[in-house]
Design a protein around this ligand. Sequence first.
Ligand SMILES: Nc1ncnc2c1ncn2[C@@H]1O[C@H](COP(=O)(O)OP(=O)(O)OP(=O)(O)O)[C@@H](O)[C@H]1O
Length: 266
Amino acid sequence: MKNYDLTEQSILKLPADTEIVVETKDLQVFYGTNHAMHDASLQFPRYSITALIGASGSGKSTYLRSINRMNDGIARVEGQIMYRDLNLNSKDVDVYQMRRRIGMVFQRPNPFAKSIYENIAFPLREMGIKNKQEIRATVEKSLKQAALWDEVKDDLKRSALSLSGGQQQRLCIARALAMSPDILLLDEPASALDPISSAKLELTLQELKKDYTIIIVTHSMQQASRLSDYTAFFHMGHVIEFDRTQKIFTNPTTRITEDYISGNFG
Ligand SMILES: Nc1ncnc2c1ncn2[C@@H]1O[C@H](COP(=O)(O)OP(=O)(O)OP(=O)(O)O)[C@@H](O)[C@H]1O
């Protein structure tokens, strides 16, 4: 690995009138003595997709998981995670309520071993929604938003585990959407999918960004460049560059990002 200057950084300053939904300020993450994330300060504009890219172990998942406090009990997190006016990195935050607003989808689809319908209806009932019509309407709406409705509408009683990987992943997105989130965090959601399912998932995300703010970790630079409006490049626990995706992929500012994008890394 070349010796890069990790203080060489270029973070786009967004126009003052940009509506920011989430912002981290000097985010630090420690796994025991391993200082895995250093001073990460990033802003995420409403109705946009931001891709987090970087080599394995650069801290992308660590950063993403910190946003909705998935690192609680695993790592020590310092700094601010501002969700609008609320600092999520504070003891007073009701983590379960917060996660409804900031949904997460993981690398491997993880539907419940229940029917397609129940995968969405069950969490709604857990939330206290009892009205059957309301539940049915939300099931239908979120499956439509996740572009799965047409494929499953004739047999919602079927086990979710009998769906293909790509369908399961869209069901997990539908389950998150049923909670009426503001933000969707996706940690390499297409990495276990075949190219056709992956392309379908990308189309779904493009549609969803009209209503949600999306932050996605991806190993695929093609996917980042096709899908996202903004890209953040991570290296060894540092955010090196954040900019419009087109700028990052055509004319990055830092040498580290340029080497990574052009495959001259290491
Ligand atoms: N649960 C954990 N316990 C201890 N250390 C961890 C844990 N998760 C991640 N780390 C460490 O934090 C650093 C960043 O890892 P992280 O998984 O965030 O990177 P990444 O960029 O998402 O990698 P990948 O692309 O391989 O998923 C690595 O040094 C890793 O070993």
